[in-house]
Design a protein around this ligand. Structure first.
Ligand code: MTE
Length: 329
């Protein structure tokens, strides 16, 4: 997601299947096939992933865990979750690298303990939480969500986390609060990408309207495949906003601020024409340099049709009835 112009549409680069994904694909498909029966039975509703599933198939891609997620986990629309290997080795995390394949090799020294998240601004009860507070004060849930990157690739990811609405209610937003700003950690000594101050304005900041943040789909993520969240996926706290392009889901959050004015955001500041404030997945609104009508699921060869709001239209369309989505992209 370089913000500077290129001669060729960048989508071409995301078409190239990284070798490790290609290599793991066959294993993944085989494993998905093994337990598809159990997975398909569990695919009937949002609670599907909470059904215990067998992890007995021995493989590097199968999580060894007594927790519910396993091989054959499906999302609400019946798509198989990507493998742990795929999800943890193909990452957008510009604080570490602009190369998706390299991020996981650079995170080894990054410490996520101790960690606090301050929630402040237009709230009645500003608070600073440590990660144990967040994990114990708010019931952790398991949700299998689609993640659609603005670059034209997608995954299905089994997250663990808590509804963001619960955290926001706990700090009691005032009547003046209209937006929620999420700030990622600033740690240039451990995050090499943050030393590039000419291309980007650090820290990474994202934001939502308060009513979007209160949506039942908005998740504060603490885990992946039933285990603690890996650093490359945004440990110890990130967002999952499955109806929006992935760039809205800030990683390594340290501060959440409720505001009256719409906050400035990282990608919108870098290139407002290419990355809007809303970032809702929309096959009908092209990125200036490529169409958004289709996407490539990591692990698949063929492209698939992109769905409006990434398939979550029923849950979120009501938030946007008075908004021209072509203008507010
Ligand atoms: N958060 C921070 N702090 N820095 C980033 O570079 N990249 C975003 C988002 N959150 C990013 C971030 C983008 S563009 C995407 S697509 C997702 O993280 C990728 O999440 P994943 O690596 O878990 O797939």
């Amino acid at each position: 997601m370089q913000h500077h112009r290129r001669l060729w549409p960048q989508i071409a680069s995301s078409e190239i299947t990284p070798e490790h994904v290609y290599r793991s694909r066959r294993t993944f498909l085989k494993l998905a096939g093994i337990s598809l029966g159990a997975g398909a039975l569990a695919a009937c509703g949002a609670q599907a992933a909470t059904q215990p599933q067998s992890n007995t198939a021995a493989s590097a891609t199968a999580p060894v865990s007594s927790l519910p997620y396993g091989v054959g986990t499906l999302d609400e629309l019946g798509d198989a979750a990507n493998s742990v290997e795929q999800i943890t080795t193909y990452n957008n995390y510009y604080e570490f690298s602009t190369s998706k394949d390299d991020v996981h090799t650079l995170v080894g020294a990054f410490k996520t303990e101790p960690w606090t998240v301050t929630v402040d601004g237009l709230v009645g009860k500003p608070q600073t939480f440590d990660m144990d507070d967040l994990r114990t004060s708010f019931d952790q849930e398991e949700r299998v969500y689609r993640l659609r990157c603005v670059e034209g690739w997608s995954m299905v990811v089994p997250w663990t986390g808590f509804p963001l609405a619960k955290l926001l209610r706990a700090v009691e937003p005032t009547a003046a609060a209209k937006y929620v700003r999420f700030e990622s950690v600033m740690r240039p000594e451990a995050m090499p990408g943050q030393n590039d101050i000419f291309s980007f304005q650090w820290p990474y900041v994202e934001a939502l309207r308060l009513d979007e943040a209160m949506s039942d789909l908005a998740l504060g993520v603490t885990g992946l495949y039933g285990k603690p969240l890996p650093v490359q996926n945004g440990a110890p706290l990130r967002l999952a906003l499955p109806w929006k392009y992935g760039f809205k889901s800030a990683k390594a959050i340290v501060k959440i601020t409720l505001t009256a004015e719409q906050p400035t955001t990282f990608w919108n500041t870098a290139n407002a024409r290419e990355y809007g404030f809303y970032g809702n997945v929309n096959p009908d609104v092209s990125h200036p340099r490529w169409s958004q009508s289709s996407e490539r699921r990591i692990g698949d060869m063929a492209r698939r049709r992109t769905l409006k709001f990434n398939g979550y239209e029923r849950s979120v369309a009501a938030l946007y009835t008075n908004l021209d989505l072509a203008v507010n992209y």
